[in-house]
Design a protein around this ligand. Structure first.
Ligand SMILES: [Zn+2]
Length: 454
């Protein structure tokens, strides 16, 4: 009996990762992510899945980022009640990220209702904070390297993928087929995360391609960030750094701490981490030693590298301070969260800086800023952008094209088929060509919603 994969997301886009593996009567979903960015993509979150949620026998999560986990509350709301298998790091981060995602969905719906944006009256959230809390008990943790049976007769193994805490690649074995899901691959030279483990043998590979057309610079975050913040400190401006609460916020804190230790930044330069999620994640680094490069002393230092801002009152009080100062705040692509208030306040002054730190999904405010947009729309009004916008090339949590190919080369034998996923069309197709020409392997970029054999 054949084993098929249906690509329900993460094709032609970096968001919405959802891969449905079917064999006989059983179905298993690898990743359960939200679409983000362009409205056209976000609307897909409302499109019913081609399978009843209660017919899915298990879910495996590669990691906790919402474009891989954020659909889970909705799947559970639709009737999925089986196990969601994940590493303990992913479970811990889902406990932080999913309720917040539900909260944001509720806020967005409320905002739309208040301002009459929605064609639907009333606008409804995709799911609520309570829906997200309700799905958390489904999470079942599995150690890296331990083979388990998510469905009787199906075997699965998580291996470290770098990227963020808990991030894994998944090898799935069913009916004699071996399918490898890369998940999001970290960089072998990441500032804080360990390198991805080498890839196991498989017949079919789903490989991510976020930076399938790019090579990262060789300089590290510390070297790139130092001169930028020195310039800011000299002119007394405010740097707003939209950060991904999970991963990049901690890398930047570590970089800033190192710069201060080395005397490359004044130790008195005020730094604020204004994201309760990022604050909670920073503490998790102390509990997940072994997954990252930081010693326990350095992990502890992260929590002192910035003033942690928890309450919204403390967050608002930042507005009365004068520069120089650095504010790290979520979300990393400025799609929502407290960073919007800071952008609205500081983007209009040329003395200030907006520092972007990771991949900016097309259709987000972050992408508008990265491409030199003269204004961004925040809370229903156009905010002029006069601040200097800097994109840190070294701060990405994803492997570049050469590093992806190097990871594929660690496979003990050539696979029969590679599916290039988790990328915009350009980068995905560029990586497809390189896999074909440099490795001599069969590779395609599957279409959204298509079903392929393994
Ligand atoms: Zn990710």
């Amino acid at each position: 009996m054949s084993v098929n994969i249906t690509f329900l997301g993460g094709t032609g886009t970096v968001t919405g990762s959802k891969y449905l593996v079917r064999h006989g009567d059983e179905s298993l979903m690898v990743d359960c992510g939200l679409f983000q960015g362009y409205k056209l993509l976000r609307l897909r979150n409302w499109t019913p899945l081609p399978i009843d949620a209660d017919q899915v026998s298990a879910v495996l999560l590669t990691h906790a980022h919402l474009d891989h986990s954020g659909y889970l509350p909705l799947l559970a709301k639709q009737g999925f009640s089986r196990h969601v298998y994940a590493t303990s790091g992913t479970r811990d981060l889902c406990r932080i990220l999913l309720p917040d995602s539900g909260h944001i969905q509720e806020e967005d719906a409320e905002f739309a209702n208040r301002h009459g944006f929605s064609k639907h009256a009333p606008a409804l959230p995709l799911y609520t904070r309570q829906d997200a809390l309700d799905c958390l008990p489904l999470l079942k943790t599995i150690e890296f390297g331990k083979t388990f049976q998510p469905i009787p007769g199906w075997r699965a193994t998580f291996t470290p993928a770098g990227h963020i805490l808990g991030a894994a690649s998944v090898l799935l074995e069913v009916a004699g087929r071996r399918i490898l899901f890369s998940g999001d691959l970290g960089r072998p030279d990441d500032l804080i995360m360990n390198p991805p483990a080498s890839a196991p043998a498989a017949d079919t590979v789903l490989i991510e391609s976020t930076y399938g057309d790019r090579t990262h610079p060789t300089e590290d975050v510390i070297a790139e960030l130092g001169p930028v913040l020195q310039k800011l400190a000299k002119r007394g401006g405010v740097a707003v750094i939209p950060v991904f609460a999970v991963g990049r916020a901690q890398a930047l804190l570590h970089a800033i701490h190192q710069l201060k230790l080395r005397g490359d930044l004044p130790s008195s330069l005020p730094v604020f981490l204004d994201s309760p999620m990022a604050v909670n994640t920073t503490h998790l680094f102390e509990h997940h030693q072994g997954e990252h490069r930081l010693s326990s002393k350095e992990a502890l230092a992260l929590t002192h590298a910035a003033t942690m801002v928890s309450s919204t009152d403390e967050s608002r009080a930042l507005a009365s301070r004068h520069g120089p100062m650095v504010i790290l705040s979520a979300s990393g692509m400025a799609t929502g969260g407290r960073v919007l208030h800071h952008l609205a306040l500081y983007a209009g002054n040329h003395r200030n800086m907006i520092i972007l730190t990771g991949f900016q999904v097309p259709g987000t405010r972050g992408a508008t800023l990265a491409s030199g947009g003269k204004s961004v729309r925040i809370h229903g009004r156009d905010v002029p952008v006069k601040a200097e916008v800097v994109q840190l090339q070294s701060a990405s949590a994803h492997a570049d094209a050469n590093q992806i190919l190097a990871w594929l080369r660690t496979m003990p034998e050539a696979p029969n088929q590679v599916y290039v996923v988790h990328g915009e069309l350009g980068p995905s197709d560029e990586l497809r060509k390189r896999i074909k020409h440099e490795l001599g392997w069969r590779a395609i970029v599957p279409e959204h919603g298509s079903t392929w054999p393994t």
